[in-house]
Write a protein that binds this ligand. Structure first.
Ligand code: SF4
Length: 256
């Protein structure tokens, strides 16, 4: 079963990694909306066609303010506000304005809380999105493989995309972001997909060295995937990749 968030503001949840995290889902609350169709996406497959209704900027601001005000009045702690949810947050047409509102509301109630955005980096061609992602405390930007064929097989972008384009967009963004990469193995539609092979890891490390992001997050499947036949990358493999990143002088977080 796909894992979908049924609300625009969800949580807070306590996580070992993030602390107390409140989620913001700028996508629909009953379906997924994304410009990728990753074979491992825990929200399930991307539906074709149609533009679902999205929460407006003012709706998101009022819901967030109501939640933070309630939590603050109750004396509840908050460590992070995370933009994730049922798809790609930066495809929301008012993303930049939503980030402005979120930072203002965060400053009013929980100035110490961090604002984090998980993104597939496809909208880095838009100046408003770039500037908004630079304003948050952490932008976690996806690059699942440095090999075109593998990236296309894993992420299935709805628009044509090449690794070099993504890398150039990330270079133009700067270095103050987390590069996030999902490692996995498996078979899908009659072909083997494995971005943990020595060739894959070498190509990916060369891109990491070229980009030198502020840190890297290496992770693997955590929930049911829409494609059957996929396996988690073993923790030892992720840790070995993590050590190679550290050897480049770049901090890394490994989630097995
Ligand atoms: S980019 Fe994220 S939300 Fe979109 S399909 Fe991939 S994993 Fe799912």
């Amino acid at each position: 079963m796909p894992f979908l968030f049924s609300e625009t503001i969800f949580g807070p949840v306590q996580s070992r990694r993030l602390g107390v995290s409140l989620g913001v889902n700028l996508l629909p609350t009953s379906s997924k909306f994304c410009n990728f169709n990753c074979i491992y996406c825990e929200c399930g497959w991307t539906a074709e066609g149609g533009k679902p209704a999205l929460p407006t900027r003012s709706e998101v601001a009022s819901m967030l303010e109501a939640k933070l005000s309630e939590m603050h009045a109750a004396g509840d702690p908050l460590d992070v506000i995370t933009f994730a949810g049922n798809g790609e947050p930066t495809i929301h047409p008012e993303f930049a304005g939503v980030i402005d509102d979120t930072l203002r509301i965060r400053d009013a109630y929980y100035p110490e809380a961090r604002v984090v955005v998980l993104s597939n980096a496809t909208m880095l061609g838009r100046q408003g999105v770039i500037e908004a992602l630079r304003r948050v405390d952490q932008a976690a930007l996806k690059l699942d493989s440095a090999v075109d064929e593998t990236m296309l097989a894993l992420d299935q972008p709805l628009q044509p995309q090449r690794v070099e384009q993504v890398v150039e967009r990330l270079e133009a963004f700067g270095r103050d972001y987390t590069l996030q990469t999902m490692f996995l193995r498996g078979d899908h539609e009659g072909r083997r997909i494995d971005n943990t092979t020595p060739e894959e890891v070498e190509a990916w490390l060369a891109v990491v060295e070229r980009l030198r992001p502020r840190d890297v997050m290496v992770y693997t499947i955590d929930r049911e995937t829409p494609a059957s036949g996929l396996e988690k990358a073993p923790l030892a493999v992720l840790e070995a990749i993590g050590r190679r990143v550290e050897a480049l002088g770049i901090p890394v977080q490994v989630r097995g």
